[in-house]
Design a protein around this ligand. Structure first.
Ligand code: URA
Length: 209
């Protein structure tokens, strides 16, 4: 069973409340999302292993820790996932960014991948899949299915707000993928919006309301 990490830092909670407010502008919404993703990246990377390397400081030689593995790929699910990329990149500047775009065929209801671009060798990389809202879990499950079909094994997922329904689906379908989330909200309404939530994250990020 995957672990669900709820990142209850007061600064994250404070900024998320501002994002929930319907009167917050797109400019502020984007800035807050970037700030929260930067704060979340601290927890998402907490278990990263280090190795000891020999270097010389201006004062003396010594042995110090560095990251053992520095092949990370941040993968936003288009389009709202883009809002989480800059904050993560700020702390992980050497990370690659892959993109995945999924839409549901209106006739068959099957997921259709309309965009997929990953760095070479992505199957050997740690993948940080990002999407602000984990609602039904449908897109996240489909994105991970598609990544795993290309050989990716080491995946973790970062969301801002999740519904209990989405977490359940993810844990059933992908029990190997840990979830990092700022808040688990109450429920999904009939229109598949998270309640209380913050509305349509993509529309609020890109000002398409
Ligand atoms: N996607 C969103 O952007 N918001 C929700 O509440 C649910 C899905």
């Amino acid at each position: 069973m995957s672990e669900v990490h709820v990142l209850g830092h007061p600064l994250i909670a404070h900024k998320l409340t501002q994002m929930r407010d319907k009167n917050t502008s797109s400019a502020d919404f984007r800035r807050l999302l970037k700030e929260i993703s930067l704060l979340m990246s601290y927890e998402v990377t907490r278990d990263f292993e280090t190795k000891t390397v020999a270097i010389e400081t201006p004062v003396c030689p010594g042995e110090f820790p560095r990251l053992k593995n520095d092949f990370f790929t941040i993968v936003p699910i288009l389009r709202a996932g883009l809002g989480l990329v800059d904050g993560l990149l700020e702390l992980l500047p050497e990370a690659h960014v892959g993109h995945i775009g999924l839409a549901r065929d209106e006739r068959t209801h099957e997921p259709v991948e309309y965009y997929y671009k990953m760095p070479p060798g992505v199957e050997n990389s740690l993948i940080i899949l990002v999407d602000p809202m984990l609602a039904t879990g449908g897109s996240a499950v489909d994105a991970i299915n598609n990544l795993k079909a290309r050989g990716c094994k080491n995946i973790r997922m970062v969301n801002l707000v999740a519904a209990p329904e989405g977490i359940k689906v993810m844990q059933e379908q992908h029990p190997d993928v840990d979830i990092y989330v700022a808040s688990i909200d109450e429920y999904l309404n009939d229109a598949a919006y998270i309640v209380p939530g913050l509305g349509d994250a993509g529309d609020r990020i890109f000002g398409t309301i």
